[in-house]
Design a protein around this ligand. Structure first.
Ligand code: THU
Length: 135
């Protein structure tokens, strides 16, 4: 049984205030649930050298992995914007590394309804380890 989407989204929303986004002024918060039901959060962390900035989704996943997680059973992403965001391409590939095709990705904006995608909806035909190992 996966984590409750509302609980996960609440954690993502709560982390929003800790985002470091002085350049874009686009704070993002994310929360992931690991295979043991533990929750981890992340925020976007920008840099004056813009290309070094890190998205909230990857920050949350890397925190989970550093704490010993190996799989992600759900991820929630929150922004304060009017329109619901969906994870960038780089984050989709990183989510796919630790999730299954049917793992839910919940996204929501400031006042909007929560949207739900699956990992395979967001990253169809992604690069997978079997391709790496094929001769
Ligand atoms: N960002 C995220 O953290 N997650 C997303 O899903 C979309 C974009 C961040 C990156 C950058 O700090 C800011 O939002 C604007 O692109």
């Amino acid at each position: 049984m996966g984590p409750d989407a509302d609980v996960l989204m609440r954690r993502a929303r709560e982390s929003l205030e800790r985002a470091y986004a002085p350049y874009s002024r686009f704070p993002v918060g994310a929360a992931v649930c690991d295979e043991r039901g533990r929750l981890f959060t992340g925020v976007n962390v920008e840099n004056v050298s813009f290309g070094l900035s890190m998205c909230a989704e990857r920050a949350a996943i890397f925190a989970a992995i550093a704490a010993g997680a190996r799989r992600i059973s759900a991820i929630a992403v929150a922004s304060g914007a009017a329109e619901v965001l969906s994870p960038c391409g780089a984050c989709r590939q990183v989510i796919a590394e630790f999730a299954s095709g049917d793992t839910p990705v919940y996204c929501c904006a400031g006042t909007s309804e929560m949207r739900r995608w699956t990992v395979s909806q967001l990253l169809p035909s992604g690069f997978v380890a079997t391709q790496l190992r094929s001769p």
